[in-house]
Design a protein around this ligand. Structure first.
Ligand SMILES: Nc1ncnc2c1ncn2[C@@H]1O[C@H](COP(=O)(O)OP(=O)(O)OP(=O)(O)O)[C@@H](O)[C@H]1O
Length: 275
């Protein structure tokens, strides 16, 4: 299986010895690291790990929202096509229309209004929201709000997409639909993506690579490459190799949670396995 990456080029994201602590003195929490990670151009990299191990912290460091306490992160994205983040709570603005939300990043980039509207409408079309351009987010379902967040992030044509459990609040059916949509879009645009999830199924469906983190402070303890060719379709979920990899990842995480003791919570998910 070949990941849809460009070989021989410098990594799009390069993290070296990244650590982060929060608080001071006896209240200090060592949240992350030291962590090393390279994410290649066009790669879709999923991160799984016990709850509280520092996944979101790492993503926020890559996004430039949190400073690392030690080490460094290099993100190679141009000013015209920056990194875009989709946070857990979608981060859409309730006082703006759907169209204005999707156009938001383009307004920040000072793209002229007509062009920005055109691009925003194009993404609304692609994500099935064309009829809701003038609606306000409060009138939308959770899945539609999530689509708005995806459309807003993709409208700036980011070179790097950072996603923090974007589908966590959705029901299983909608989650599957949006996974497939995200997969299709990222494959078509060859966007580099770093995706944090608690769901092993989601990680295998979407990832060229699944990185497993230790309990807090999170470090990389394993990585696996789902053995499925691209373009992938949702049908891969029924392949025996899919279930085998899901079980393998589950065992890795279970062992890590046991090693770390009761302080670390197991991930949710594998069908047929305890959560
Ligand atoms: N701003 C903060 N101030 C203090 N502690 C923080 C802060 N942000 C994160 N932490 C702590 O750092 C640790 C890692 O948190 P983080 O949210 O990165 O974990 P996570 O792996 O994303 O967790 P989950 O899977 O449950 O979402 C946790 O112990 C958390 O309480």
């Amino acid at each position: 299986m070949e990941p849809h990456t460009t070989p021989g080029t410098a990594p799009k994201i390069r993290a070296r010895a990244v650590t982060r602590t929060f608080g001071h003195g006896t209240r200090q929490v060592h949240a992350l690291g030291p962590l090393d990670m390279d994410i290649q151009h066009g790669e879709f990299c999923c991160i799984v790990g016990p709850s509280g191990c520092g996944k979101s912290t790492f993503l926020r460091i890559v996004a430039g929202l949190v400073r690392p306490s030690g080490g460094e992160v290099e993100l190679r994205a141009g000013r015209r096509h920056p990194a875009a983040m989709i946070p857990q709570d979608y981060g859409i603005y309730d006082w703006k229309t759907v169209l204005a939300n999707v156009r938001f990043g383009l307004d920040v980039q000072r793209v002229p209004r007509k062009a920005a509207d055109g691009r925003a409408r194009d993404w609304l079309n692609r994500l099935g929201l064309a009829d809701f351009a003038d609606a306000y987010p409060a009138t939308l379902s959770g899945g539609m709000r999530q689509r708005v967040a995806i459309a807003r992030a993709l409208a700036v044509e980011p070179e790097v997409l950072l996603l923090d459990e974007p589908f966590a609040a959705l029901d299983a059916q909608l989650r599957t639909i949006l996974q497939d949509e995200l997969l299709a879009v990222c494959q078509a645009t060859r966007t580099t993506a770093l995706f944090v999830t608690h769901s092993l199924e989601e990680a295998i469906v979407l990832g060229d690579r699944v990185v497993v983190m230790s309990a807090r402070p999170g470090r990389v303890i394993a990585e696996r490459r789902p053995p499925f060719d691209r373009p992938r379709t949702g049908a891969m979920r029924r392949a025996p190799r899919f279930a085998a990899l899901q079980s393998e990842l589950w065992e890795l995480l279970r062992a890590e949670v046991q090693r770390a003791g009761a302080g670390a919570a197991a991930p949710v998910d594998p069908v047929g396995k305890p959560s």
